[in-house]
Design a protein around this ligand. Structure first.
Ligand SMILES: [Zn+2]
Length: 62
């Protein structure tokens, strides 16, 4: 499911939900949900994951 969300919402790659930077690196899997990846933004150094991105990117949608 999370992979589907990623592919649908970020076909060109992940962007930070905080600063919109695309300089985001994978930060391993979520501790309890293997399929839910977490990330770290290289610009603002905040952590985010698939669920965070989904929730907070709402204002970016058309
Ligand atoms: Zn950021």
């Amino acid at each position: 499911m999370y992979q589907f969300i990623r592919q649908r919402r970020w076909p060109d790659g992940i962007s930070c939900s905080h600063c919109q930077s695309q300089q985001v690196e994978g930060n391993g899997n979520h501790q309890k949900q293997i399929a839910r990846k977490s990330y770290r933004c290289l610009e603002c150094h905040r952590r985010l994951d698939d669920l965070t991105l989904t929730i907070f990117s709402g204002h970016q949608q058309e």
